[in-house]
Every structure is written in structure tokens, then in C-alpha cells.
Write a new protein. Structure first.
Lengths: 300, 336
């Protein structure tokens, strides 16, 4: 070999990739959650998360600590998203899917416009959730922040899985998604389950945003746009029907994008997204339902 | 008797539409004719998108990229080959049609959201691709018609004479765009009214049932993509001619989204309301800046208007028109 391969760098870059992939995974999970119950991609998911970050910023600005603002913001986001679902999505519940998709596009503009309206366009910073000092594991230095992001993301995924798997509410949510008509006969309030799904998704998005923002030197109203694209890509890569696939797809994508950006010179930061999308396209052509998706048989 | 009445009503409506098309520029300012011409370019692209998404059920979030192919074909022919701008339009359509065909090939394996992502990827990647081939496309500077070959820009002197009529450049652009738009609408109507439309719709409603009935799925989908690409390419060419410049920012992702909004507002799966969809996406941003120019407020109003329109008209303007005309059509087509 002409040069010594730097295993330390590889390990570091992999963890950094997992860290950003983790925040994408949360947003991807939010997208999958809504997609599974309504068959609609919520294009406003990223902007809603951005709005949550600005709420968190205001709370921190008024003297709350990061973690107090963190939990308060999640609560506000869940309540806000349920309200938005009731006002905006419920009237088009019975409309064609593309109509609902366009409504979420409209919502994207509304939320983005509102954030620019309420908060001036200057750049802002959020305090770091975790210590910025490095930690050395097996001779390789990692940052606490990256490890913390991974831990919070995975913890939340497990929590959500527990909610869906072990609680009555989770069962009702799943039932409403799989078979709305029969669920209604069994006394599940399907429409409210959809609203709750929106709330949970917004909560996930809020966490994703609040983990993304401190990692940046500064942020403005555009902060979640790339995250949404990567999350969308990660969800599709894993199979948009599968929550596990969305998480795995996002983590894979995070590592892949970061390694490619580091090791392949001509890609740099500019072409990361197009390259990522091209790779996903390649994967989809081989496995049209994503890596973990099942090809579903449809009745004619 | 009723049939004859129906026919004459139809003829009356078409001639009323044509009259509006012919005389509208004389009632609005010269400047507004240019806005209307741009709406016409959107109109053409939206017809193409409706054929693909509304009739054949293939969601495209990347029609801006196909418009870019058309726009850059026109620009390259004018700037590098010194063609006259108007004559580049057919070639732009053909070029985008070929690209549409190629994009349609992977679409044979993908469906629904996966196809949406694939086309979206194309739209996202397009500006970077354009910058990469800077020799042909002028990189991030773009191609400017006025600087490089002003003699090929029709109406630069301020006057254009067509068939003995002299008009301003903006009126010329209006008539050029909307004449092509009307022809495009006619062609689309011919395609969807008979066998072709039934084939498209069968693919949209159930691929399996369509195949069982003898529809060639691969051919239908790629044909729909190619046809839709021709429309987008012509629209892109007209858009480039109107702006007299193309650069990577002319055809961003937002234009793809805009077209989809226009198609849904106009009414997917029908041709009658698409004009309204085009006018909606052309004028809404201007109207919302008129309300207030405060940071964020125009976007807020823009989004809110989209939501309100979709809640009030879930099937778009086309659906509304069909509903309004139903008593009349039922009466016309029932035997007494």
C-alpha cells in the first residue's frame, strides 16, 4: 500500500455520519408515521421542525436552560401540530391524495412565512446540549455531542417503538392506520388518531431540529431544508412503509454521505445531495420498495 | 335537437375563449402582456404535467428539470449556433421529449412516491449538472441572448410584424405563447378523448387491470413521459425567450413544485380548468406581495391561499367546472 489507511479518521467520520444520520432518522420517522396512516408525504414536516427550533430559541432566550426548553418545546410542538391537523388537514381528509400533498406544500409556505415574520432573519445560535469536549474511546477521539445525538435519537426510536408495541394507544394508532373502517366500528376515533399521529410526528421533528441546530455554528429559517431532503431520501432508501427501514436508511445515508464527502475529493460538500440521491435511485431500481420495504400485493 | 344545442354551446364557448385570447392584450397594459405570456408558458408545462400525473397517474416533482432542458436547448442554439429564437422551439420540445422518455424508463420500475423522489432528485441535481457542463451552458453565469446574439431576438427593435399586423414585443410574446398553448391544449384533448385517454387512465387506476386488458404498460408510461417532456420543453423554450436569459437559477426545484400546485389547482385529470391553475401560480406571488412586503408575510399569504383553495376546491378548478356544468350536461345528453 502506498499510504497508511487512517482507521482513526474512518471511525471518527463514521460516528459523525451516524450523528447527523440520527437526526435525519427522527425526521424520516415523522414522515413515515404520517405516511403510514394517511398515505401522504408531509412536505411541511421540515419547516414545522424549524418552527419548533425557533420556539426553543425564544425559550432559551427568556432564560430557560436547554433541557427545560427542549421538553417544553416538544410539548408545544405536539399541541400545535394537533391544532394544525384539525384546522388544515381534516377538511381535506376525504380528498384525493395529491390534494392533501398540495395542502402540506401550502403549509410549508405558511410555516416558513410565519417564522420569517415573527423572528427577524438574522442568524442565531442554540447552546450545546452536550459538552463539546472530546472523549477518547480506544484511542480515537469522539465528540460528546455526536455521541449524545446518537443516544437521544436511538432512545427516542426505542421509546416510540414501545409506545406502538406495548400501549393501548399505540395499538389504536396502528389499527387506525391499517384499517380505518373496521377501527371505526370498534370505537376507535380514527380522525383523532390521525391528529395524534401529526402531533407525534411534530414532536419527533422538534427533537430532530433541536439536535441539528446546536451542531451548526449558527442557524436561520432555512435550517431544516437540507435535513428534510436527507430524511425523505433516508425514508425512501429504507422503504417508506417501514419505520425501522426509515431509521436504518437514514443512518446508512448519514454514514455514506459523510464518508463520500470526506474521501472522494470532487464531491466535497456541494455535490453531496445529488450524489446521495443518485445512489438512492440506483438502489431503488434494484429494490423498488426500498431496502426494507415489502412489495405489497394489491387487489384489482 | 338537444345534441345540436350542446354542440352549438360548445362552439360558442370555444369561440368565446378564442375571443378572450385575441383581444385580452388590448385591455391590459403592455407590461401585463408579458406576465400573461409567462402564465402561458406555465400553462403549457401544466398541460404536460396533467397528461402525466392527472391522466396516467405518474407523479413528477421534476418537471422544472425538463423545462430546463428545453430552455437550455433554445439558449444554446441562439447563443452558440445563432438560430433565430422562435425556430428553436420545436427542437427544444424534441430534446426535452427525449429526456422525458429516458426519465420514463426507470419509472417503469418505480411507482407512486418512489417515482416522486426519483423525479425530485432530477430537479435537485439539475442546477449542479448545468454548472458542471459550463462550456455549453455558460456555468453559473448562464447564457444571455441580448449580449451574445441580439439579432436573433425577435422584437428587440420594439416592433414585430406578423401576417401584416405590427405589435410590440410583449404582445408578440403573448400571442406566440398562448397560440402554442391553445394548440397544445387541442393536441392534449385529441390525445385524451379517445383510446389514448382511456389507456392513460387505465394505467392510473389499476396497472394490473390495464395489463390484463391488453394495455402495453411500458409503452404507455414512457410515451406519457415523452409527451409530457415535449410540453415541458416547449414551455421552457418560451420561458427562456421571454426572459432573454437562462441560468441555473431559472429552473430550480421551486418551479417544479409550482407546476404541480398549478396542475392540482387547475384540476388533475381534466383539461378545462388548467388555464386557471396557470394564472393562479403566475399571479398569486405578485398579489401576496401587494398585500404586505413585510418579511415572511407574502409567503404566509401565498401558502394560506393554496390551503384555502384546496379546502374549497379539493378537485381543483376542473372539478368545480364539471360540477357547475353537470345540470346542463345531464340535460343536454339525456333523450327527452
Amino acid at each position: 500500500m502506498l499510504f497508511a489507511f487512517d482507521w482513526t479518521q474512518l471511525a471518527q467520520q463514521t460516528v459523525i455520519g451516524l450523528s447527523s444520520g440520527g437526526t435525519w432518522a427522527l425526521l424520516a420517522l415523522a414522515i413515515v408515521l404520517i405516511y403510514r396512516s394517511t398515505g401522504v408525504i408531509n412536505f411541511a414536516q421540515g419547516e414545522m421542525a424549524m418552527f419548533s427550533v425557533f420556539i426553543a430559541w425564544s425559550l432559551v432566550h427568556h432564560g430557560l436552560t436547554y433541557w427545560a426548553a427542549f421538553f417544553l418545546t416538544i410539548a408545544i410542538s405536539i399541541a400545535g401540530a394537533i391544532a394544525v391537523e384539525r384546522v388544515v388537514i381534516r377538511p381535506v381528509e376525504q380528498a384525493p391524495v395529491l390534494t392533501v400533498v398540495i395542502v402540506t406544500l401550502g403549509l410549508l409556505f405558511v410555516v416558513d412565512g410565519a417564522a420569517r415574520w415573527f423572528w427577524s432573519p438574522e442568524t442565531r445560535t442554540l447552546p450545546n446540549a452536550f459538552s463539546t469536549s472530546p472523549i477518547t474511546i480506544a484511542g480515537v477521539a469522539f465528540s460528546w455531542q455526536d455521541l449524545g445525538n446518537i443516544a437521544v435519537s436511538l432512545g427516542l426510536v426505542v421509546l416510540l417503538w414501545g409506545l406502538f408495541r406495548f400501549t393501548k394507544l399505540g395499538l389504536a394508532l396502528r389499527a387506525a392506520a391499517v384499517n380505518p373502517d373496521e377501527s371505526r366500528l370498534l370505537g376507535i376515533r380514527v380522525s383523532w388518531m390521525l391528529a395524534l399521529g401529526w402531533g407525534l410526528a411534530a414532536g419527533l421533528g422538534a427533537v430532530s431540529g433541536m439536535l441539528t441546530a446546536p451542531a451548526l455554528a449558527s442557524f436561520d429559517q432555512n435550517l431544516m431544508q437540507p435535513v428534510l431532503l436527507y430524511a425523505f431520501a433516508g425514508a425512501v432508501l429504507g422503504g417508506i412503509e417501514s419505520p425501522l427501514g426509515a431509521v436504518a436508511g437514514s443512518l446508512l445515508l448519514g454514514v455514506f454521505v459523510n464518508l463520500v464527502g470526506t474521501y472522494v475529493g470532487w464531491i466535497g460538500t456541494d455535490l453531496r445531495l445529488p450524489v446521495a440521491l443518485a445512489v438512492i435511485l440506483g438502489v431503488l431500481l434494484v429494490r423498488p420498495a426500498g431496502l426494507f420495504g415489502k412489495v405489497s400485493a394489491r387487489r384489482v | 335537437m338537444r345534441r345540436a344545442l350542446g354542440m352549438s354551446l360548445w362552439v360558442a364557448m370555444v369561440s368565446a375563449g378564442l375571443a378572450v385570447f385575441l383581444f385580452l392584450p388590448h385591455f391590459v397594459s403592455d407590461f401585463h402582456s408579458r406576465d400573461l405570456a409567462q402564465a402561458g408558458a406555465f400553462f403549457i408545462a401544466i398541460i404536460g404535467l396533467d397528461l402525466l400525473t392527472g391522466y396516467t397517474g405518474q407523479i413528477s416533482l421534476g418537471h422544472g428539470a425538463l423545462m430546463a432542458i428545453g430552455g437550455y436547448t433554445t439558449a444554446a442554439l441562439i447563443v452558440h449556433e445563432h438560430w433565430r429564437d422562435v425556430w428553436t422551439i420545436p427542437l427544444a420540445g424534441i430534446a426535452a421529449g427525449i429526456v422525458g422518455f429516458v426519465v420514463g424508463l426507470p419509472a417503469l420500475r418505480l411507482s407512486g412516491l418512489y417515482l416522486a423522489l426519483a423525479t425530485f432528485a432530477l430537479a435537485v441535481a439539475m442546477p449542479s449538472l448545468i454548472k458542471k457542463f459550463s462550456g455549453l451552458t455558460g456555468g453559473s453565469q448562464g447564457l444571455q441572448f441580448l449580449e451574445s446574439s441580439p439579432s436573433q431576438v425577435t422584437g428587440l427593435s420594439g416592433k414585430v410584424t406578423v401576417l401584416g399586423h405590427t405589435m410590440t414585443q410583449n404582445h408578440f410574446l403573448y400571442y406566440l405563447t398562448w397560440s402554442i398553448g391553445i394548440v397544445g391544449l387541442g393536441v392534449a384533448w385529441l390525445v385524451v378523448r379517445g383510446r389514448g385517454g382511456r389507456t392513460f387512465r387505465s394505467v392510473r387506476d389499476s396497472e394490473i387491470a390495464a395489463v390484463s386488458s391488453g394495455v402495453n404498460l411500458a409503452w404507455t408510461k414512457t410515451f406519457a413521459f415523452a409527451l409530457s417532456g415535449v410540453y415541458a420543453g416547449v414551455a421552457g423554450a418560451l420561458y427562456a425567450i421571454q426572459n432573454e436569459i437562462v441560468n441555473p437559477l431559472s429552473f430550480t426545484v421551486s418551479i417544479s413544485i409550482l407546476l404541480l400546485v398549478g396542475a392540482v389547482v387547475g384540476g388533475l385529470g381534466s383539461l378545462s380548468g388548467l388555464v386557471l391553475g396557470a394564472l393562479f401560480v403566475e399571479y398569486l406571488p405578485t398579489l401576496s406581495t401587494n398585500v404586505s412586503t413585510r418579511e415572511g408575510v407574502p409567503d404566509f399569504i401565498y401558502g394560506a391561499a393554496i390551503i384555502v383553495v384546496m379546502i374549497l376546491l379539493p378537485t381543483g378548478a376542473g372539478g368545480l367546472l364539471r360540477r357547475l356544468a353537470r345540470p346542463l350536461t345531464t340535460w343536454l345528453y339525456t333523450r327527452p
